[in-house]
Design a protein around this ligand. Structure first.
Ligand code: FES
Length: 117
């Protein structure tokens, strides 16, 4: 509860790591996507041209292997879009607009690719 009596939204920390290795820890509201957390906080390296509609692949991230089995399985559309990434697709590639932040994902580490476009 805030001092104004409003209920504060629960958040979970997501750690965005640049290709150079710089890490930014951001408290992302539960229910938002990992992409939205990046865009709202000006994280360089996430473009998100389609705004989260799973139609651009410019929100590509490499998910830290320790979190892979905590993510929901990818839908066919995401799998298809991951063939369109500019940086190479790897086994831990995901589209960050398709990852919903949950309490179980607190501490999630995503590495940003060299380029999105
Ligand atoms: S924002 Fe376009 S596919 Fe994720």
């Amino acid at each position: 509860m805030s001092i104004f009596g409003r209920k504060e939204k629960a958040t979970a920390t997501v750690i965005y790591v640049s290709p150079a290795g710089d890490a930014r820890e951001i408290a992302v509201p539960v229910g938002d996507s990992v992409m939205e957390g990046a865009i709202k906080h000006g994280v360089n390296g996430i473009v998100a041209e389609c705004g989260g509609a799973c139609m651009c692949a410019t929100c590509h991230v490499y998910v830290d292997e320790t979190f892979l089995n905590r993510l929901d399985p990818m839908e066919a559309t995401e799998d298809e879009m991951l063939t369109c990434t500019v940086s190479p697709r790897r086994p831990n590639s995901r589209l960050s607009c398709q990852i919903r932040v949950t309490q179980e994902l607190a501490g999630l580490i995503v590495r940003l690719p060299e380029t999105q476009v």
